[in-house]
Design a protein around this ligand. Sequence first.
Ligand SMILES: Nc1nc2c(ncn2[C@@H]2O[C@H](COP(=O)(O)OP(=O)(O)OP(=O)(O)O)[C@@H](O)[C@H]2O)c(=O)[nH]1
Ligand SMILES: [Mg+2]
Length: 329
Amino acid sequence: MAVNLTPQYHEAEAEYRKAQSAEDKLTALKKMWVELPKHKASEKVQAELKRKMSDLREEIEQDKKSPKKGVSYKIPRQGAGQVIIVGGANAGKSCLLSKLTRATPAVAPYPFTTHEPTPGMMDWEDVKVQLIDTPPITADYLEPYLSSMVRNADVALLLIDIGDDDGPFGAEPVIEKLGERKTVLVGQVPENDEDPTLVHLRTLLVANKSDLPGANDRLEIVKEMYGQRFPIHVIAAEPGTGLPELRHEIFKSLEVIRVYTKKPGKPADKTSPYTLPIGSTVVDLATQVHRELGESLKTAKVWGTGVFDGQAVPRDHVLHDKDIVELHA
Ligand SMILES: Nc1nc2c(ncn2[C@@H]2O[C@H](COP(=O)(O)OP(=O)(O)OP(=O)(O)O)[C@@H](O)[C@H]2O)c(=O)[nH]1
Ligand SMILES: [Mg+2]
């Protein structure tokens, strides 16, 4: 079968040949990518374009970095937790961020659109969770700073494109590349880390573009490949299918509780809860409110789970989601 190339493809190719700078070459290659018919006969050309785009991206990044070596993106943690979105090129990572938060990253129908990590805050009930969109990870490309960003996050979303035959196979390079940097994506973090140099990161596998033809068949492949390793959530980010459920799963995956504080004789402050790891005690809450309060705390009263309303509890009382606490120094 021949690859029928459009006149626009040839025009873009001519632009590519004339281009002097890496940026202009990349722009022309992106146009070629959009114009290229995506079927079996064009697989070689697709691979070649992807490789060239990847090489150029690396070149541009390196050029940017050479004046100030060791550029890193430190995104200060905000909200109830930090969740990093990773995946192969074109999986829909930026689209997902734009649907779950008010961030506006570039979304485009060709790979290697995102060059820099972008944060956004996701609302879930009365808390906010920080999400970070990232550049793609492929077999031959991993931004140098990305593995440490992943290690620092609380949870990863590993996005897979089930709208495309190559999609299900885009996850393995992500897992491998991060694994080479001792960053291990896992469904459940092991209780005892045998190798202390490894960082295990709780990961939800998110199968995206379920609205496209053939997605169900590819989902079966994904389940066979990863069903034992990760919890799988099926969404279509663009039309918004499955997103309310995903928000809930993201919050649950952080394994935190929300606790409201109140002053004696006053109603609880319900505007912004404190968030603490599951299993946290009254002292942990007091320390988060103010370090000194953690030390001076004598007793507390709790309204919520497993207590009578306003029951006095000791410092080591374990709190539950949505408890209301009055702290007494
Ligand atoms: N049909 C469909 N298209 C989607 C869906 N989600 C994303 N897309 C499209 O997929 C393309 C890629 O989306 P992006 O969000 O740019 O993908 P990305 O993973 O950020 O890509 P890179 O930054 O290049 O790694 C865009 O054209 C999106 O509109 C979906 O659920 N269904
Ligand atoms: Mg992107």
